[in-house]
Write a protein that binds this ligand. Structure first.
Ligand code: ADP
Length: 268
């Protein structure tokens, strides 16, 4: 399925990523064709790991930026800084990626300030340019430059959604929780807990995800299932590992947590 990307130079040393479908093929094709990619999906389902994996396989450097509500275009592009009495220009991660032909991954891009999207537009069409107002430069993206962004449509925050004029500039891949057999392999690989023991945790995760929307804003992520399994490998009892890794992180509400524990008791 992913035949034409398995032979890439960096494949052997790439961080472990278990594909859910043809996402590796799509990403590799987009990378070759200079198309930007948008990864949609809930938190902790492997989006960041996927980008790290693909960057290694494609042998391109990767700059990852975790976006937050204070992140501005200047944080991405760069700024003048005072160094030893002199003002020097320091490139931000986006500018570095544009100059070096790297992948720039903007994680949770909708969190960033509005001026960030303005910067992305000329980079995501066939001009592939980054105007730097402060220095008067207009950078042409080096071959290999690729813009990747992620966002979580599940938050349902109308103020924090991508405008069609921005999202329609990206090839988009939808990420969701892996099917149980895949998730079991992922959790086993990541934690070192044998697969037969991971299967129960994954089954529980599936049940907990069934509560999403009723009591929970977000279903339990694969990341949390990996945490639970990791704690068990460390010698922690299963009940306690589930409590601290799969119950407490999901809610602060005592009634909701009681409901979650009832579900645990029913599954285990
Ligand atoms: P996201 O970026 O979607 O929030 P991450 O990429 O950080 O999520 O994934 C969280 C963790 O879950 C990873 O560190 C890894 O342990 C595990 N994981 C999730 N999906 C996969 C997958 N398909 N292959 C390998 N590991 C995965």
């Amino acid at each position: 399925m992913n035949a034409h990307v398995t032979d890439l130079e960096g494949a052997a040393s790439a961080p472990f990523y278990l594909a859910q479908g043809d996402e590796c093929t799509v990403f590799a094709a987009a990378a070759t064709a200079d198309l930007p990619v948008l990864l949609k999906g809930p938190t902790g389902v492997g989006k960041t790991r996927f980008v790290a994996h693909m960057a290694a396989r494609l042998n391109r450097p990767l700059y990852t930026v975790a976006c937050h509500d204070d992140l501005s275009a200047a944080d991405l592009i760069g700024r003048y800084l005072l160094k030893g009495g002199e003002t020097v220009w320091v490139d931000g991660p986006l500018t570095r990626a544009v100059r070096e032909g790297a992948i720039c991954y903007l994680d949770e891009v909708v969190e960033a300030r509005k001026d960030v999207t303005v910067v992305l537009h000329p980079l995501t069409d066939d001009r592939r340019i980054l105007p730097i107002d402060r220095t008067g430069e207009e950078l042409q993206a080096a071959p290999g430059f690729m813009l990747v962004a992620s966002y979580n449509p599940g938050y349902q925050n109308v103020l924090k959604t991508l405008k069609p004029s921005t999202r329609q500039r990206f090839v988009a891949l939808d990420f969701d929780f892996p099917a149980p057999a895949l998730e079991t392999r992922i959790v086993a690989q990541e934690s070192g807990l044998p697969e037969d023991r991971c299967a129960g945790l994954v089954r529980l995760a599936g049940k907990l995800r069934g509560l999403k929307g009723q009591d929970l804003e977000e279903g339990v992520s694969t990341r949390l299932v990996v945490y639970a399994a990791t704690l068990i490998v460390q010698g922690m009892g299963v009940d306690r590992a589930i409590e601290v890794a799969m119950i407490e992180p999901l809610s602060d509400d005592a009634d909701v947590k009681r409901g979650l524990r009832d579900l645990v008791a029913a599954v285990f």
